[in-house]
Design a protein around this ligand. Structure first.
Ligand SMILES: [Cu+2]
Length: 155
């Protein structure tokens, strides 16, 4: 049993010396969804839900080999004008926080993608938290964001 646990830890990309005490994650992540986008290079939205069962934390950033960068966009309406600004970090007070379709006021945005996304594909990303540290998760590409969010199930 011990060997199985270590092996799965290696697969998940656990970093740091084994003797070092790893920060205990108190963040649960779910509903990791990306809409299908056939064009390469354009911005692509991403969504996720967070359950913070510990003390207040912040999501500092997201890394994906699929994109040049990932931003947290806040949609700001100013009269007829709509603009999106990068607003990382994302505050995660105790309890539930959702970055949810339709993405207003918040969505994650993959900038400068290097691949297309088609429904059913799985896309690993690395989330960096101020207190919980690094957590690797896998996003699922859905035909559309809202449907993908509603039908999302844990592995
Ligand atoms: Cu955006």
């Amino acid at each position: 049993m011990r060997i199985v646990v270590i092996a799965s830890c290696l697969l998940a990309g656990c970093a740091g010396a084994p003797a070092e005490k790893q920060p205990i994650s108190t963040i649960g992540i779910d509903h990791m969804v990306i809409p299908a986008v056939p064009e390469v290079g354009g911005p692509v939205a991403a969504y996720a839900g967070f359950d913070n069962r510990g003390s207040e934390d912040r999501l500092l950033g997201i890394d994906c080999t699929c994109a040049a960068s990932v931003e947290l966009h806040q949609v700001i309406r100013n009269g007829g004008q709509v603009s999106m600004t990068n607003t990382f970090p994302l505050a995660l007070p105790m309890g539930r926080t959702e970055v949810k379709p339709p993405g207003v006021p918040l969505h994650f945005m993959l900038i400068g993608t290097n691949r297309a996304f088609s429904a059913g594909q799985r896309v690993p990303m690395r989330l960096r938290f101020e207190r919980a540290g690094v957590i690797d998760v896998v996003f699922t590409v859905a035909e559309d964001s809202k449907g993908g969010w509603e039908r999302w199930r844990p592995d």
